[in-house]
Write a protein that binds this ligand. Structure first.
Ligand code: GRF
Length: 202
């Protein structure tokens, strides 16, 4: 069973999906929850489920954030999951956890992603440009922003009557399916990266 650290910045509904998944305590254990900001509900979710949780405050650690997180989890976990984590990981942690960090993004990458494209802003942009389909992407994390090899994508329809909140709700439902599924595949060693693309091995 792989040991997992989940990094959050907010409500932690994706963390909750990982907690509630049948794959938890079969494919993976959640050993740490780390937030880059204090007082977020995701920390309460960890507490309620007996999971060690820490704040590594981005306002305190600034450029040292990634190294501080690495200090906490090095040799204690095998995989890092970014579940609504808004800071960018840099430096040694990316080397120590090469192809062992996954992220969930609330759009169909390569659309509506990259620097400054997060949270409700993503859905506002989708609505504004009149896209008819949106969705979410789980991908490996590399040194870029939302740029690593794509593991899974889930699509949702975008209706003319949608606003950013109604679309966000529909996409979030799919995120809660995609993220646990992708983590389960990773823990079962069913993800192979070939020339920058992910092949799911049966
Ligand atoms: C989700 O939409 C996720 O795709 C994005 O941030 C949001 C976090 O939601 N990265 P939650 O904290 O998991 O509820």
């Amino acid at each position: 069973m792989y040991r997992v650290a989940v990094l959050i910045s907010g409500s932690g509904s994706n963390l909750q999906a990982l907690i509630d998944s049948p794959a938890r305590n079969t494919s993976y254990s959640i050993d740490y929850v780390i937030s880059d900001r204090p007082g977020v509900y995701g920390l309460k979710r960890a507490e309620l489920n007996g999971i060690k949780n820490y704040v590594v405050d981005r306002k305190v650690y600034k450029a040292a954030l990634s190294d501080e997180i690495l200090k906490l989890i090095k040799d204690k976990v095998d995989i890092i999951v970014l579940a609504g984590f808004l800071s960018i990981l840099r430096g040694e942690i990316l080397v120590a956890f090469t192809n062992k960090i996954i992220n969930i993004h609330p759009s169909l990458i390569p659309s509506f992603c990259g620097s400054g494209m997060y949270g409700i802003k993503v859905h506002e942009s989708v609505i504004q440009c009149g896209a008819k389909v949106s969705g979410c992407t789980v991908h490996f994390v590399d040194a870029g922003t939302d740029s690593g090899p794509i593991i899974l994508q889930k699509t949702v329809p975008v209706y003319f009557e949608d606003d950013a909140l109604s679309l966000q709700k529909r996409v979030l439902e799919q995120e809660h399916i995609a993220l646990p599924k992708a983590l389960d595949l990773l823990c079962k060693d069913r993800l192979k990266i070939i020339d920058g693309r992910v092949k799911i091995i049966d």
